[in-house]
Write a protein that binds this ligand. Structure first.
Ligand code: C2O
Length: 551
């Protein structure tokens, strides 16, 4: 029998519908999966096949994305609306089926249409296949810590209002840990997330940032944390007292209950990059309770200031991969070099609207000044598979259309509207099967100075280097880590900074790459790769499943 066949079939049904819950002294109707927030935790082993029947009983269009899953030859299950499928309409269903190979750790799932991912999300935990173990001592227990963001409003309405006005959306009213805001918010003491630990034991916390628009600092009072994995890719153990996690990212840490008996807060609050913009300045908490402790007042950690970029940068740049044998193909050889600016911009105001952006314009966002528009008559993957023209064009500009000081230290830039105005289109970059791609991301920091967590579907990339200022190809190439670069699916491109990544395009299909701050996605901070089929039957995208939602 074939020795490469392993793994089991894990099957779930997601009933997606309205749920009325109490948060922050009010009752609010949300869209939820199986009546809970967060939705169900999915546990699989590497090599398993996951089958999830999604029944849309909500009033909204729906898709589910399996964030970080490679989806090797199963692009039809990836989920971003109009990229790999049309929406599951209210009353309809779709079954996602895919095998998880070559990755272990913490990933997650979320809706990938409009803002309903604010409440439609959950953990996806991939343990080693049977007979294999973690590259660290086996923890006593494993605990998902899912960070979220909460509005005292219908989130789809919040988004629609923002898009109609052209202004930034209302900031959230709370952050949450496993769906709960915690002690510091009104009416939230009951139900605060509590983790009871046994003194001396070690716990694996699987931290996921499912917040919509906010990068977060996370800390536990008086405890060190040891990072062992990020984005389901093992890291060299890295000891820290603070974790920084951008929307889309996950970080697994070991927590040892080695402090005096007591209660300690775990807490998260915004890392908002820079002053100026509005952000939710509140703090979510949970409690680490030592079994046997009788103390009633938990100790609070001191979180970094909201704009503590040095702390965020130290955390991110200190992570390295546990692997020290880099895929030689990726290290030695680059087939496609791209330079991509990521940042905010402006676009013309719709007729008859009062636009809330600067100079009466509307906020937009772009990669190389291209504001990505989703099609609506056919998914991009269907167009790719069936050779339908006109859904997208293959002329994404690889290099920035204008050359300027990306960090905007040149005051003349402030008066040059051509730097801000973006073009709307659906331009993709076509890649040959198995080509190695290098991308330099440059954060433009022209308007709205913030990090952009850029997420690539279908692949992990190796983060070769990151820094601040304008990327300098001569100087900065010397900083590339070819020994043990961290592997991620989401890279926070620092405010006024850059990052260089590489990946191998070994999976045919259409893969969106976008900012995981959801406010920036409808503004256009996205792009897509079309990876051609390979030469053999086993390197070609199979036909769509019969129940794939059509437009
Ligand atoms: Cu977690 Cu395209 O998303």
């Amino acid at each position: 029998f074939a020795s490469e066949v392993y793994g089991e079939v894990v099957e779930h049904t997601f009933h997606v519908g309205n749920l009325t819950i109490q948060r922050l002294c009010r009752s609010q109707m949300i869209t939820a999966v199986n009546g809970s927030l967060p939705g169900p935790t999915i546990r699989v082993r590497e090599g398993d096949t996951l089958i999830v029947h999604v029944l849309n009983k909500s009033p909204y269009n729906l898709t589910i994305h399996w964030h970080g899953v490679f989806q090797m030859l199963s692009g039809w299950a990836d989920g971003p609306v109009y990229v790999t499928q049309c929406p599951i309409l209210p009353g309809n269903s779709y079954t996602y089926k895919f095998t998880i190979t070559g990755q272990e750790g913490t990933l997650w799932w979320h809706a990938h249409v409009s803002w309903i991912r604010a409440t439609v999300y959950g953990a996806l935990i991939i343990r080693p296949r049977s007979g294999r173990s973690y590259p660290f001592p086996k923890p006593y227990r494993e605990i998902p810590i899912v960070l979220g963001e909460w509005w005292n409003a219908n989130v789809v309405d919040v988004e629609d209002e923002a898009l109609a006005s052209g202004a930034p959306p209302n900031v959230s009213d709370a952050f949450t840990i496993n769906g709960r805001p915690g002690d510091l918010y009104p009416c939230s003491r009951i139900g605060t997330y509590k983790l009871t630990v046994i003194p001396g034991k070690t716990y694996l916390l699987r931290i996921i940032n499912a917040a919509l628009n906010t990068q977060l600092f996370f800390k536990i009072a008086n405890h060190h944390l040891t990072v062992v994995s990020a984005d389901a890719s093992y890291t060299q153990p890295y000891k820290t007292d603070v974790v920084v996690v951008a929307p889309g990212q996950t970080t697994d840490v070991l927590l040892t209950a080695d402090r005096p008996l007591g209660d300690y807060y775990m807490a998260a609050r915004a890392y908002a990059s820079a002053a100026g913009g509005q952000f939710d300045n509140t703090t979510t908490t949970g409690i680490v309770h030592y079994e046997g402790s009788t103390s009633s007042v938990p100790l609070m950690p001191v979180l970094p200031a909201f704009n503590d970029t040095p702390t965020a940068h130290r955390f991110y740049s200190n992570l390295t991969s546990l692997k020290t044998t880099l895929n030689a193909h990726v290290a030695d050889h680059v087939d496609e070099r791209m330079f991509i600016t990521v940042g905010l911009g402006l676009s013309a105001c719709d007729r008859n609207a009062t636009c809330g952006g600067p100079n009466g314009l509307k906020f937009a966002a772009s990669m190389n000044n291209q504001s990505f528009q989703l099609p609506s008559t056919l998914s991009m993957l269907q167009a790719f598979f069936s050779g339908v023209k006109g859904i997208y064009t293959e002329d994404f500009p690889d290099n920035p259309p204008v050359v300027f000081d990306y960090t905007n230290t040149n005051p003349n830039n402030s008066f040059n509207p051509s730097l801000y105005m973006t073009e709307k289109n659906t331009r993709v970059k076509k890649l040959r099967y198995n080509s190695t791609v290098e991308i330099v991301f440059q954060n433009t920091a022209l308007i709205g100075v913030e990090n952009h967590p850029i997420h690539l579907h279908g692949f992990n990339f190796l983060v070769l280097a990151q820094g601040f200022g304008n990327y300098n190809p001569v100087r900065d190439r010397k900083k590339f880590n070819f020994v043990n670069p961290q592997e991620r699916n989401t890279i926070a491109v620092a405010v006024g900074g850059w990052a260089v990544v590489r990946f191998k395009a070994n999976n045919p299909g259409v893969w969106i790459m976008h900012c995981h701050l959801d406010v920036h996605l409808p503004w256009g901070l996205a792009g897509a790769f079309v990876v051609e089929n390979g030469p053999t039957p086993s390197s070609r995208l199979p036909p769509p499943p019969p129940d794939l939602p059509r437009c």
